[in-house]
Design a binder for this molecule. Structure first.
Ligand SMILES: NC(=O)C1=CN([C@@H]2O[C@H](COP(=O)(O)OP(=O)(O)OC[C@H]3O[C@@H](n4cnc5c(N)ncnc54)[C@H](O)[C@@H]3O)[C@@H](O)[C@H]2O)C=CC1
Ligand SMILES: CC(C)CC(=O)C(=O)O
Ligand SMILES: [Mg+2]
Length: 344
């Protein structure tokens, strides 16, 4: 049976970079052997236009019966004032697949250091483990009227424990260091995170746990990112910090992510949005999606060999300067994609 991959193409630059990712997947599969089958399904704005629902039941069913899900960015001005927004579909798919941990790496390869806006970029290699299915994006009650608005940040012990274990397991395979980023000088949810994470840490005596307030962490990601190994944080802080962390590689358009739960299909997606400001121009950076394909091959299909070939090809393309305008180049999405394929 071929490996089944659910493909959700997304909105604005979503399909542009998804095409790039699938082209690279096809090329590497043909050259080195990888048996797969794509199952496309409507999602986000496209699905709202088609049936009024950003996550139709048939789409979630296709994802649940696949071995992995490859998703591109959704949303954009077309639906900003619609009754249902594509972003609701994104939160729902994460929740329905129980993907409570989102892994967002920031490492700057030797070839990428020239594009980084920071000094000492060559010692940057950390990963953000972001809680993904709870916190303020999901908390109730919520309310908005003409005079007031309310969102709720809510966490249970179990929700914190399970994502903390993912972070500590990851640290054991890396440099044995977890930094919990929170705002425990103010928020009760953060104080609770500290209590629960300190409990979990007792099972990992060879991992060092330290703490950092989110405001200071946002500064340190710029001033001394080399100090981080695994950053563990809640949903909203992880969302914000991961965009910041991406930019120190040179562009938000380079970083992939994977979202995992307790078994079931893992979901791979770039960390950025649908970039409506550059959609249709053919200049979107495809590295975030191509890196997501590589991450999928390594983690869902046990093909680290293929992932390594993709990473090496991207490095060569970067060294050759064949990059899109966000990295200061003049290459188009398609040209960059073809250059990656030529180097595989
Ligand atoms: N996972 C998802 O599907 C996400 C969706 N969104 C949605 O995307 C829409 C646009 O949001 P924004 O705040 O503009 O964030 P964005 O991440 O789409 O764009 C921010 C900036 O980064 C640039 N950028 C992003 N990806 C790029 C790439 N691959 N190549 C070159 N440049 C790239 C954009 O051109 C823009 O200037 C909104 O509707 C938002 O809700 C936002 C974040 C994540
Ligand atoms: C709808 C948002 C929560 C998407 C986003 O910004 C993200 O997951 O990074
Ligand atoms: Mg985000």
């Amino acid at each position: 049976m071929p490996n089944q991959i659910a493909v959700l193409k997304g909105d604005y630059i979503g399909p542009e970079i998804m095409n790039a990712g699938l082209k690279v997947l096809e090329a590497i599969a043909n050259k080195y052997g990888f048996d797969y089958q794509i199952v496309e399904a409507p999602f986000g704005g496209e699905a709202i236009d088609e049936c009024g629902d950003p996550l139709p039941p048939k789409t979630i069913e296709k994802c649940q019966s696949s071995d992995a899900v490859l998703l591109s960015a959704i949303g954009g001005p077309k639906w900003d004032h619609a009754e249902k927004r594509p972003e609701q579909g994104l939160l729902q798919i994460r929740s329905k697949l129980n993907l409570y941990s989102n892994i967002r790496p920031t490492n700057i390869s030797e070839a990428m250091t020239q594009y980084s806006p920071i000094k000492n970029a060559n010692d940057v290699d950390f990963v953000i483990v972001r809680e993904l299915t709870s916190g303020i994006y999901f908390g109730t009650p919520r309310h908005k009227d003409d005079f007031q608005a309310l969102d709720t940040m809510y966490y249970t012990r179990e929700e914190i424990k399970r994502v903390a274990k993912i972070a500590f397991d990851m640290a054991e395979r890396r440099r044995h260091h977890v930094t919990l980023v929170d705002k425990s000088n103010v928020l009760d949810t953060s104080k609770f995170w500290r209590e629960v994470v300190a409990e979990v840490a007792k099972d990992y005596p060879d991992v060092t746990l330290d703490y950092c307030y989110v405001d200071a962490a946002s500064m340190k990601i710029i001033s001394n990112p080399g100090q981080f190994d695994v950053i563990l944080t809640e949903n909203l802080f992880g969302d914000i910090l991961s965009d910041e962390a991406a930019q120190i590689t040179g562009s938000l358009g380079t970083i992939p992510s994977m979202s995992i739960g307790d078994g079931g299909p893992v979901l791979y997606e770039p960390i950025h949005g649908s970039a409506p400001d550059i959609a249709g121009l053919g200049v979107a950076n495809p590295f975030s999606m191509i890196n997501s394909v590589a991450m999928m091959l390594a983690n869902s299909f046990n093909r680290s060999d293929l992932a390594q070939k993709i990473y090496q090809a991207i490095n060569q393309v970067i060294t050759d300067g064949a990059v899109t305008p966000d990295l200061g180049g003049h290459y188009k999405t398609e040209q960059v994609t073809d250059a990656v394929i030529d180097n595989i």
